[in-house]
Design a protein around this ligand. Structure first.
Ligand code: SF4
Length: 459
């Protein structure tokens, strides 16, 4: 699905993985494990956790199939297209290595995997870390060595070392009809506040400059606790994370009313003025068929309130076009809503059936060519909004975090840009001597549809 956002593109996740695996090459005599990590940032965090544990037990991590004693494939099962890619990746690992352990979302359907690939050594479901480790121990027994079993303070990280995903909960209590995540990942289970803070502090101590808070439903964090210390524990967590001195970026924030209380923290600078909120649609009837709250007008009111409280806030969202039963009128409502909402960053999916999703059984599926045509119209509008918003930044000074540097310049991001899914600020003057993780001041002198260009001004 070329139109789907890069955070769901396994090829992007793999590139990131390959890049970082080169820094954790195995010692020659260690048992070594390869890892193929498909899917979203949440799956990447799971891969990091598994590798951290393996590394702690003395395993080496191999950057290629041939150097590995076994390969773990962390699968994605969100869309049928992602399932097919997962099966392909398993097949490739079997051909290249032969000893393959499967985990992740698609692991919730073991028959589907073993039906296509009966030779896999083991299949475990999402977050079954212990079972994955058991499968690795059975396939490649550990060989402890006190000289190589040193665990870096921050664990083994597959993301670049200056930013890190921080998973705060698993699962979801919603029942959106197009989504099978609650079936695969279960109901909301929030990590204890202390455990999240401990991990975040360790990451910041080890040099991480940006924490990307992720979960299936970030604003619901802690509402599953029977003895919760406050009504909305996400507010306490955001406040405490904001005191660590790193950038804190909130992803997958469901638009509950208490999000209004998060926004002042963004205005004060504790948390980045950035909200990634999956609205999915704007027409009340479509939202109802999706089983999402039908409150499109109120979402416009909410957006206006957020902007009043924090004028610099960047709003990112994702949408589905061509949902079953979506009429031209409903789609036009979405376009008009987008005109009013003026979101900064927008991703758009064309609806597709996912095995097990309740939306499959809805009447009046939209023909593919209509989905494509609506997606084109939606993206044209979103692109025009993005272009105008970025043009307004020309001449301003922005703080930027350096992601990469080469001989032509530095690739950076501002508070408005999440890694992998948003644009970049490219610095082509004054970048000499910079390194990933540096924070710099940049004067913007050019803008495109999704990216900015500028010169460093604090050297
Ligand atoms: S809120 Fe997100 S994860 Fe939960 S059911 Fe809806 S789409 Fe799925």
């Amino acid at each position: 699905m070329a139109q789907n956002p890069p955070d769901l593109r396994p090829d992007r996740a793999q590139a990131r993985l390959d890049r970082d695996l080169s820094t954790v090459r195995a010692g020659r005599d260690q048992p070594t494990i390869g890892m193929v990590s498909l899917g979203c940032p949440k799956a990447l965090v799971d891969s990091e956790r598994i590798l951290t544990r393996l590394r702690a037990e003395g395993y080496g991590i191999s950057p290629d199939y041939s150097g590995a004693d076994a390969v773990i494939v962390n699968t994605c099962g969100f869309l049928d297209s992602a399932k097919a890619e997962s099966l392909d990746a398993i097949g490739e690992a079997l051909t290249a290595n032969g000893r393959v352990i499967v985990t992740g979302c698609l692991g919730a359907e073991p028959d589907y995997i073993t039906g296509a690939h009966p030779r896999v050594l083991a299949v475990t479901g999402p977050h079954q870390y212990e079972q994955v480790l058991d499968a690795v121990h059975a396939a490649v027994p550990p060989d402890p060595d006190p000289f190589v079993d040193l665990l870096p303070a921050s664990g083994v990280k597959l993301t670049p070392r200056h930013y890190s995903y921080l998973k705060i909960s698993e699962g979801c209590n919603h029942k959106c009809k197009f989504c099978v995540i609650p079936d695969m990942r279960g109901r909301l289970a929030s990590r204890p506040h202390k455990a999240v803070m401990r991990e975040a502090e360790k990451l910041v101590d080890s040099g991480v400059k940006e924490l990307l808070v992720i979960s299936q439903d970030t604003s619901a964090y802690g509402t599953d606790w029977s003895d919760r210390p406050s009504k909305f524990p996400i507010l306490d967590l955001a406040r405490d994370l904001g005191r660590l001195g790193a950038w804190v970026r909130m992803h997958y924030v469901y638009p509950y009313p208490h999000v209004r209380e998060l926004v002042p923290m963004m205005a004060e600078g504790g948390v980045l003025p950035y909200l990634d909120i999956p609205f999915q649609h704007a027409h009340p009837d479509t939202l109802k068929r999706m089983a999402r709250p039908a409150a499109a007008e109120r979402t416009l009111d909410e957006i206006a309130a957020w902007r009043r409280a924090c004028p610099d806030i960047t709003l990112r969202s994702t949408f589905i076009v061509g949902y079953p039963g979506e009429t031209e009128d409903e789609f036009q409502t979405l376009l008009d809503w987008l005109d009013e909402a003026q979101l900064d960053r927008v991703g758009c999916f064309q609806y597709e059936n996912v095995a097990g999703a309740r939306s499959n059984a809805l009447p009046d599926h939209v023909p593919d060519e209509v989905k494509q045509e609506r997606w084109d119209r939606f993206m044209e509008k979103a692109q025009a909004i993005s272009e105008a918003k970025l043009a307004a930044k020309v001449g301003t000074r922005l703080t930027a975090l350096v992601d990469a540097v080469d001989e032509e310049g530095a690739t950076c991001r501002t508070a408005a840009d999440a890694p992998e899914i948003d644009g970049n600020l490219f610095v082509d003057r004054g970048f000499e001597g910079l390194a990933p993780g540096d924070m710099i001041e940049v004067e913007v002198d050019e803008a495109g549809e999704y990216d900015l260009w500028g010169a460093r001004v604090d050297a």
